[in-house]
Design a protein around this ligand. Structure first.
Ligand SMILES: Nc1nc2c(ncn2[C@@H]2O[C@H](COP(=O)(O)OP(=O)(O)O)[C@@H](O)[C@H]2O)c(=O)[nH]1
Ligand SMILES: [Mg+2]
Length: 295
């Protein structure tokens, strides 16, 4: 049971084929588990709040009390995160910014879970039903940080069971502080990957495998977007004086700066591509949000 983190990531991100029958089964599994809980935490990636959303989430969660958490805020653009929160507020949703790795926002998240279930728990108490813990579960698409959040909440180093779509059979409740119980396996939902733009953004964030495109093309697409919305980050990170209008030329300049070049013009595109993608994913290119909302 001492599998490394990476293997879990590979598990849910890469080895799962989301064919339609599979999605249906997953949806049913999650719906069945929803019946067991008082509140569901819907986890999104703050860098891509739209693309990291399951397209059927509203239908799946339906009227169950829900808390929206924007994870990885440490990597996201703070001003855009504020706009997203404002937007959700305008449609009646209290979104909580969190960092599941460092634990930022976790107590706010717990408080929100208590808040949205208070009415129900009060009602149960009034009916004379013995007080019981608030039961919660976490759902989200691959790579949004479900396992990290569970580990953070339960203070474990790694989850006990390998993640599978929906929820695995041998589910367990983990007792948390503050009279809460957490289902220890998250509901893994599929993203809207039939949309090419969404698929790209998911691939940038490593939610789906790089192989949807060759890694060089994927990095070029990312560079294109950064040239458009975060040119300064690109310039600063790779010490480029001016950006070219061509993504390929910018990639070659990055290769040159990093010494990923053999001979005179033999650029190592693969190495450069991996570098740019990894540095974006690790936040080394700065706090970047690829999806914006105007409010
Ligand atoms: N920087 C940062 N990385 C995070 C955060 N939460 C999760 N991650 C990373 O995102 C990747 C996917 O996380 P994981 O918990 O496995 O996601 P899951 O597929 O939803 O279970 C891992 O590399 C985590 O280390 C966060 O709040 N900030
Ligand atoms: Mg996981």
């Amino acid at each position: 049971m001492s599998r490394k983190y990476d293997e879990y990531i590979r598990d849910d991100n890469m080895d799962i084929n989301w064919f339609p029958g599979h999605m249906k089964k997953t949806r049913e599994l999650v719906k069945n588990n929803l019946k067991l809980v008082d509140v569901v935490v819907e986890l999104l990636d703050a860098r891509i709040p739209l693309s990291s959303r399951n397209p059927e989430i509203d239908e799946i969660i339906s009227l169950k009390p829900r808390v929206l958490a924007l994870n990885k805020v440490d990597l996201a653009d703070d001003s855009k995160t504020r706009k997203w929160i404002k937007y959700y507020k305008s449609i009646g949703i209290n979104a909580i910014p969190i960092d599941a790795m460092k634990g930022t926002g976790i107590s706010e998240l717990i408080n929100e879970c208590k808040k949205v279930t208070k009415e129900k728990m009060d009602r149960l108490a009034q009916k004379g039903i013995k007080e019981r813990p608030i039961r919660m579960m976490i759902v989200g698409v691959p790579n949004v940080g479900k396992s990290s959040l569970i580990n953070r909440l339960t203070k474990r180093k790694s989850t006990q069971t390998g993640d599978k779509p929906g929820v695995t059979k041998g589910k367990q409740w983990v007792r948390l502080k503050g009279n809460l119980e957490l289902l220890d396996t998250p509901g893994i939902l599929w993203p809207k990957f039939e949309d090419q733009e969404v698929a790209l953004k998911l691939a940038f964030s490593r939610a789906i495998k790089d192989e949807i495109l060759d890694v060089e093309t994927l990095a070029l697409r990312l560079i294109e977007r950064l040239m458009e919305i975060y040119p300064e980050n690109l310039k600063n990170r790779y010490k480029l004086e001016e950006l070219s209008e061509s993504a390929l030329e910018n990639m070659e300049m990055i290769a040159k700066k990093r010494g990923f070049i053999q001979g005179k013009l033999d650029f190592d595109y693969t190495r450069t591509a991996h570098t740019v993608l990894n540095e974006f994913r690790e936040g080394k290119l700065g706090k970047i949000t690829l999806e914006t909302i105007e409010v």
